[in-house]
Every structure is written in C-alpha cells, then in structure tokens.
Design a protein around this ligand. Structure first.
Ligand code: IPD
Ligand code: CA
Length: 257
C-alpha cells in the first residue's frame, strides 16, 4: 500500500507547492487555528486518490472530508501540517498520511514538497527519506542533543497551557543544545527519525498530525510514548514524547519533574 500512499501524498504536495507563496483566502477554525483553500483542495485530492486506490480503508481527514465508517483499518490524513507556516510562506509544511490497523501503524508518508523531502516507512521495512534509509540520532546525553517541541493553539487563550509550555521549554533549554519550534509536528517527527532531533514532545496533537511520524520513528530505531511512558494511543490527544530511545527516560524525567 505504500505506493498508493506515496502517490496520494505527491498529488497533495503539488497543491502545497502551488500555494505556498501565492495569495490565500484565510479562514479561522479557532483564534489562531487557520484554514486555506489549499488545505481543502489538497485534502480533496488525497481523499479522491485513496478512495480509489485503497477502497477498503477508512479515511480520517483533518478538514472533514474522509469517510464516516470507523473500522480497524484507518488512514489518517493531514493535507497540510504546518498550516500557519504555509499561510506565512514559511517552507516548513507537509502532507502527512499514516495507515493504522487497530492500534498498530503499518505504513506512513510525510512529504515536505518545498524542502524536497519525501519520507516513507512500512512496518518491519525500515524508514527512508528520498529512498535513503534513515536512523535516529546516536546522542546519549541531552546536553549533546537538539530537541524540538510545538505549541498547541490553546496557548493564545488559556494561560494554564501557556505556563505548562513555558515550563517545559525552560527546563529543556537548560538541559540540551537547544530547542526548535518549527511549526509542523509531522515534520518534527520525520526530522527526529532522520537523526536531527534527539527528542520531541507536544501536548494535544491530533491523530493526523502523528499517525505517519510514529511509524517513521519506530522504524528508524526510536521510541514513542506518553509523558508517563505509557504506549501512545494515536487518537487520544495525549502529550506525545518521542526520542532516539537512549534519551527517552532522561527526557521523560526532565519534563515530569
Ligand atoms: C499543527 C502543527 C503545529 C503544532 C500544532 C498542530 P496544523 O498542525 O503540527 O506544529 O504545534 O499543534 O495543530 O494545524 O498545521 O495541521
Ligand atoms: Ca493541517
């Protein structure tokens, strides 16, 4: 199925490429949660492609154009992860498509067309960027690693959330080589799988943000869990903690303190 996912991601990605530096109609799903005609067009194109090529799978898509069925075979689609970046002409945005059978990821694609990075992974088959195998970083200490995180849209309105985000950031900044906030969670996970980051955390991500990235990380030798070290449920919205495996416990302890 990876070829079908790849074909759909390339179709969606072409729409991102066309729109990233063009004028856009910007709507608000929340105070700072944006939507453009390109999110909708990319999702429509991806859903049309997958409905045809993988008809037995349920499609769960961010902008709501997926199927209503909810079987154990699901494909989670984010047509543009990093919509705020996309709106502002920042090149860090991507298509993310992840297939899960019950609670196991089986195949995933993350395509960042402006960066020219196409990631794919299949369960047991490894993780790749532009068809080259990728591995997580070999860093053994937080002090020798770069970390990444993201901020939920709720920080704009909810000061408790903002304090928590700040608190984690403060601790991580004082324990690592630095913390990046690049604005596209799927791409952050792909970059962790490629060895750029030693660890990543973010609260409140949706299934379509993480469905593909989780498999990329697992196949590249990394680990994904909740902040308390429990298995991560892709639909839960729980805070995600991902790492190169060696840094998992140190990072978990640092954030939980
Ligand atoms: C967002 C991005 C961002 C993260 C947000 C997500 P969207 O997804 O992944 O990096 O911090 O929490 O919602 O809205 O651009 O698809
Ligand atoms: Ca999105």
């Amino acid at each position: 199925m990876i070829e079908q996912l790849k074909a759909a991601a390339l179709t969606g990605g072409a729409i991102l490429k066309e729109g990233v530096y063009a004028p856009k109609n910007v709507e608000h799903k929340g105070a700072i949660d944006l939507l453009t005609q390109y999110d909708q067009a990319a999702e429509k194109a991806i859903v049309a492609a997958l409905s045809k090529s993988l008809p037995a799978w349920d499609l769960i898509a961010e902008e709501g154009s997926g199927s209503d069925r909810q079987s154990d075979r699901r494909i989670y689609i984010d047509p543009i992860d990093g919509t705020t970046n996309f709106v502002h002409g920042h090149p860090f945005c991507c298509v993310s498509i992840g297939a899960w059978e019950a609670d196991r990821p089986v195949a995933g694609i993350i395509y960042a067309p402006i960066l020219g990075e196409l990631y794919h992974a299949t369960r047991g088959g490894g993780a790749f960027c532009n068809d080259q195998p990728i591995r997580v970083s070999t860093a053994e200490r937080l002090e020798e690693s770069l970390l990444a995180t993201g901020f939920p849209y709720g920080v704009f309105e909810d000061s408790t959330l903002t304090r928590q985000v700040n608190d984690w950031l403060f601790r991580a900044l004082r324990a690592s080589r630095g913390v990046r906030r690049c604005g596209a969670a799927a791409l952050d996970l792909a970059h962790l799988a490629r060895g750029v980051y030693g660890g990543f955390w973010e609260m409140g991500l949706k299934s379509w943000d993480v469905a593909a990235g989780i498999l990329l990380i697992q196949e590249a030798g990394g680990v994904v869990s909740t902040l308390t070290g429990e298995p991560f449920d892709v639909q839960s919205g729980a805070t995600i903690l991902a790492s190169n495996a060696r840094l998992h416990e140190p990072l978990r302890e640092l954030l939980a303190r």
